[in-house]
Design a protein around this ligand. Structure first.
Ligand SMILES: N[C@@H](CCC(=O)N[C@@H](CS)C(=O)NCC(=O)O)C(=O)O
Length: 203
């Protein structure tokens, strides 16, 4: 088994944090996205959609999409359960992971992709207006999230889940997207500080 990773990219980090929470280690190969290694040569065969992370199994099968890779490891090693165990927990975690991914992470990533000079070759065309709109949308999401986090410890309830991993990675990526969480959003900042203090956040 081998995990194709890219140290500074946010989606591969989701898988690294997930594995750290599970206490699982797998062989890793680094792929340099900025040098376009993922688009040329041997990697293009393994990751035909050109997106990292990717997990290659011993039989040659390849799983892409961060959440699909995380689900594979959850099925292999169910504890600690990061996708929930009861019907309501499973639904809440799915809901929050999707909300954070589609309404927040996507906008934080687009703010970077459509403005940063390093992405000029990979994001064609780069649309600076889209970067601006994405920044506004990301901040709007955090404003709506703040009161939610006033009533519970983690995104989907009282237990840490894969939704918190997506949220943490997206929040940390705000810096490169030139975004800052407004200091008035005390509940979001408290949650971010809690999840950042977990050893897995170093992954
Ligand atoms: N939906 C995918 C997104 C993967 C993705 O966007 N990966 C980025 C790195 S964070 C990438 O490989 N980008 C390469 C490119 O834009 O050419 C997932 O969840 O894994």
């Amino acid at each position: 088994m081998k995990l194709y990773d890219s140290q500074r990219a946010p989606n591969p980090r989701r898988v690294r944090i997930f594995l750290a929470e599970k206490g699982i280690t797998v062989p890793v190969e680094q792929v340099d996205i900025i040098a376009k290694e993922h688009l040329d040569g041997p990697f293009a065969r393994i990751i035909p959609f050109g997106l990292l992370p990717a997990l290659e199994l011993d039989g040659g099968a390849v799983i892409t999409e961060s959440i699909a890779i995380c689900r594979y490891f959850e099925a292999l090693q169910p504890k600690p359960a990061l996708f929930g165990e009861t019907p309501i927990d499973i639904a809440r975690i799915e809901m929050w992971n999707r909300l954070v991914e589609h309404e927040f992470f996507r906008h934080v990533a687009n703010a970077f992709r459509h403005s940063h000079p390093a992405m000029k070759e990979l994001e064609k065309p780069q649309i600076s207006e889209l970067a601006g709109v994405s920044r506004d949308r990301a901040l709007t999401f955090l404003q709506k999230l703040d009161p939610e986090l006033g009533g519970r410890r983690f995104l989907a309830g009282d237990s840490f889940s894969v939704a918190d991993i997506t949220g943490l990675v997206a929040m940390d990526f705000m810096k490169v997207s030139r975004l800052q969480c407004p200091p008035a959003l005390a509940n979001v900042l408290r949650w971010h500080s809690d999840v950042s203090a977990r050893p897995s956040a170093n992954a």
